[in-house]
Design a protein around this ligand. Structure first.
Ligand code: 0PR
Length: 374
């Protein structure tokens, strides 16, 4: 650190230099985050000093958190669900399975997840000492129930289903997972980190939430399709009792106990999530999701004109394109400024049509893709 501080102008110039090196979202088709809604940014700034790690001091922000959880519960099939605003999908998944583990008291616990599960579950294996068993997928990249059943044994404590898988945007058969969970007395966690703010607003209906008996907990992230600021994840439980195994005593705080994984945590993210949800309402989200889906269909039809097919008909605003010479084409697209991603198995080009993408940018991408394929 310098002994003498710089002027505000000098510091802001340094920040600007750094920002120039960051990728602006215009040509990003690889991210599940997006530019936050302007009202979320305003709310974030307004609540920048509020710490939910000691929410006895910030009772107003705490009320907002309760309201966000109630709104999210309403979106996810149970107005009475409880939970809290986490730092994102990773923390929510960790905490859900930490609850499952603490409730079960098994000495060598295992959890059955779909092979399409996000890498946060590999972190969970390492952190929580839980064996993660990966069930195979069917031809549409949904988890295969025979494989799930074959992996369950006496040490299984939970099943995981994904509603909006990271690579394919696919929704697992949550209803069938719930039947198996109920008959084996297992915890069922649904990872809707991405899908939580998409599926409720699609024209086609998918059963994936608390309206299915047997779903114990859900991850759904305001900082993805919720258009809130980072870091805002959501963890919801059907039963209040599920929060208890996460609690530790906090004798020197203004609150008696804390159930979050982090200590100090952002009240700004809570206010941002509240503001954008109140401002958009379900009509606003439906419009945004509708636009993303329309653009997703346009991308598929554009790619098909070049003879490139999607691996599955997109369920949500995520497309996996079966592009020949994948690495070569992605490299050429990169040179044109496009950021794309991949699916692992099978390898394909993974594209996410987030709200930051304009119609003009999409048309440019389609024509650049055509050029790079030639
Ligand atoms: N569950 C699912 C289904 C996810 O897709 C993700 C993240 C998570 C959990 C973990 O969420 P957090 O990253 O909030 O902890 N999926 C994206 C991914 O890893 C996240 C992402 C976001 C990636 C922005 C890139 C990016 O630029 O691919």
């Amino acid at each position: 650190m310098n002994q003498k501080g710089l002027t505000e102008k000098e510091v802001l110039a340094l920040l600007n230099n750094a920002l120039q090196k960051d990728t602006s979202y215009e040509k990003v088709l690889s991210a599940m985050c997006t530019r936050p809604h302007p009202i979320a940014v305003k709310a974030h700034m307004q609540f920048i000093a509020s710490n939910m790690g000691d929410f006895g001091l910030f009772t107003g922000t705490r009320e907002l958190e309760e309201k966000v959880i109630r709104m999210m519960g309403g979106m996810l099939g149970d107005r009475n669900a409880c939970g809290y605003i986490t730092t994102g999908g990773t923390e929510s998944n960790i905490q859900a399975l930490r609850t499952a583990r603490n409730l079960s008291k098994k000495r060598h616990p295992n959890v059955v997840v779909p092979d399409s599960a996000h890498f946060s579950f590999d972190k969970i294996a390492n952190l929580l000492g839980i064996e993660i068993r990966k069930a195979s997928l069917d031809s549409e990249f949904k988890v295969e129930m025979d494989s799930v059943n074959a992996l369950i044994d006496d040490n299984t404590i939970a099943l995981v289903g994904i509603a909006g898988s990271t690579e394919f945007g696919q929704v697992d058969p949550i209803g069938r997972l719930a039947e198996v969970a109920l008959s084996n007395n297992l915890f069922l966690h649904v990872d809707a980190a991405f899908g939580g703010f998409v599926i409720p607003f699609l024209d086609k209906k998918y059963d994936f939430d608390f309206s299915i008996k047997g779903v114990t907990s859900i991850t759904s992230d305001p900082h993805k399709m919720g258009l809130s600021t980072i870091p805002a994840g959501g963890l919801l439980f059907r039963e209040k009792a599920c929060l208890l195994p996460l609690e530790i005593d906090t004798p020197y705080l203004t609150i008696r106990a804390q159930h979050s994984l982090t200590g100090t945590r952002s009240g700004a993210a809570v206010a941002a999530a509240y503001a954008v949800m109140m401002h958009l309402g379900s009509e606003g989200y439906r419009e945004i999701v509708g636009r993303c889906m329309k653009m997703t269909r346009r991308l598929v039809s554009g790619a098909e004109e070049f003879g490139v097919e999607p691996l599955i008909e997109p369920v949500m605003n995520i497309v996996a394109l079966d592009v020949p010479d994948l690495d070569g084409v992605r490299k050429k697209l990169r040179q044109k400024g496009w950021s794309t991603s991949i699916t692992r198995n099978p390898r394909a080009m993974r594209l996410i049509i987030m709200p930051h993408l304009s119609e003009e940018a999409l048309e440019l991408f389609i024509s650049d893709l055509g050029e790079c394929l030639r």
